[in-house]
Design a protein around this ligand. Structure first.
Ligand SMILES: [Zn+2]
Length: 457
């Protein structure tokens, strides 16, 4: 049973509006760097204004605005819910795509283009649900804030981080709905699973440098470039121990319900030392689950040499490590130094903030759970510790409870397009996402949320 608010909507119209909005949103190229989110913010602001909703821009640097709009509760009983998405996207190399990445093409039941899922798709879902909530005329018991930020893909220093550090007085939300998790089917468990991010890993960027004598391409031996290659090879073989915490144990416990014995039993006892070796082969096969329980390290940039007949004096690589929230960065670094050996310099280029987890027992998590199951019967809703870095950390550090979920049912193929080629979202998923979002925010924010939610569609 979804809320009354969901039952009253003309969903065919919403389908058209959401498709059109997302297609146009993708056509505004906000590749970051440089970002250039101004036109995107203007489009959102105009869409809101057309329905009589004001929005405000907060601009830390030229062309890099952050947008905030608010539906007010006349006599609030609680602090706001904030719907958060980022307007910037990672760059796309058109050559590899089946469609031009910034055309916003609509075909085969999908909206195509960079940002279709991450994060303009979530933005479209939030925006339309926000408009539908406003149109419904329900009396709110807490404010609902729509926030579209710049700069997430480059760390959020001009976006969410800047907003939280400079304009917290205008936000002061209790809850945040952000990216970081998604619904999926057939990846983990046999049922549809909505993975809601409640905590995240930390990103550590390392620069590995080998220095020494290069020489002529005809005879150099043991040159820096060779030592770097050996070090990276050793790093590929590095596998940190699997470690479980309150979030990952709860994840396995919930997903266990969808699996037959004995896997279900193993999952329920995931934290137990005797079970770990038995479960570990299965965990290793699913990259997203593997990344949830281990520190990982991936080489992302190589930089050495320039002439075919010269062995260079320096060879460099950049690796991206993702640390479990309770990993000691110094101890991790020492492990990496041991793996690559003394002849390689290892420097930390960047490390994201450590942030606390958000509780699984909360009104927003519960509202999401009810709304998701109402829309997708048989679905399991579980907390996860996301391996990706999100803006949620800024809010968690301020004491807000933040949850990451694209409320759609994505396939492995869909998920692989995020930051990859042919990014796309099905129109069915857009509509599903809007229904779940509208239902959940009505449950959480309407003054009579509980009773409105118990009405049949
Ligand atoms: Zn994103």
């Amino acid at each position: 049973m979804a809320s009354q608010t969901v039952g009253r909507v003309a969903w065919d119209d919403v389908r058209r509006q959401a498709t059109d909005f997302l297609s146009r949103y993708i056509q505004i190229d906000t590749s970051n760097p440089p970002g250039n989110e101004a036109a995107a913010a203007r489009m959102i602001s105009e869409t809101l204004a057309a329905e009589g909703i004001a929005s405000e821009l907060y601009t830390p640097a030229p062309g890099r605005p952050n947008l905030v709009a608010r539906l007010r509760a006349p006599d609030p009983f609680a602090r706001p819910l904030l719907l958060l998405h980022h307007m910037d996207v990672v760059p796309a190399s058109p050559g590899a795509w089946r469609v031009p990445p910034f055309d916003g093409e609509v075909r085969e039941g999908y909206v195509w283009g960079r940002g279709a899922i991450d994060d303009k798709g979530l933005g479209a879902i939030h925006l339309i649900a926000f408009l539908l909530l406003a149109r419904s005329g329900v009396t709110l018991g807490r404010d609902v804030i729509l926030m579209a930020v710049a700069d997430e893909e480059e760390g959020g220093g001009l976006g969410a981080g800047w907003m939280v550090n400079n304009h917290w007085d205008d936000i002061e939300c209790e809850y945040v709905w952000d990216e970081g998790g998604a619904g999926s089917h057939g990846i983990i468990g046999d049922n549809p699973v909505f993975s809601v991010s409640v905590w995240e890993k930390r990103s550590m960027v390392l620069r590995l440098t080998a220095r020494g004598q290069g020489g002529h391409g005809a005879m150099a031996v043991g040159a820096p470039i060779d030592r770097l290659v050996s070090a990276l090879h050793a790093l590929q073989g590095y596998r940190a121990d699997a470690r479980f915490n309150e979030v990952t144990r709860e994840f396995f416990r919930r997903v266990a319900a969808t699996r037959p014995f004995p896997v279900s039993w193993l999952m329920r006892n995931a934290g137990h030392f005797a079970v770990r070796p038995l479960l570990s082969a299965r965990i290793n096969k699913i990259p997203v689950v593997n990344a949830m329980v281990r520190d990982t390290v991936v080489t992302t940039i190589l930089d050495a040499g320039g002439k075919p007949n010269v062995s260079p004096e320096t060879a460099m690589a950049t690796t991206n490590a993702r640390l479990l929230p309770d990993t000691d960065p110094e101890a991790f670094l020492q492990n990496i130094r041991n793996v690559v050996g003394e002849s390689i310099d290892v420097e930390v280029e960047a490390l994201t903030e450590a942030s606390p987890p958000s509780p699984v027992a909360s009104e927003l998590f519960e509202a999401i759970e009810k709304a998701a199951v109402a829309e997708v019967p048989g679905a399991v809703v579980t907390p996860i510790q996301t391996p990706v870095i999100t803006d949620s950390r800024f809010f968690r550090l301020k004491g807000a409870k933040a949850y990451g979920l694209i409320p759609a049912i994505l396939t492995t193929d869909d998920l692989n397009t995020i930051h990859g080629v042919d990014e796309r979202i099905s129109i069915d998923n857009l509509v599903r996402g809007i229904k779940i979002t509208l239902d959940a925010i009505t449950r959480l924010c309407a003054r009579d949320g509980a009773s409105a939610s118990d009405q049949r569609r």
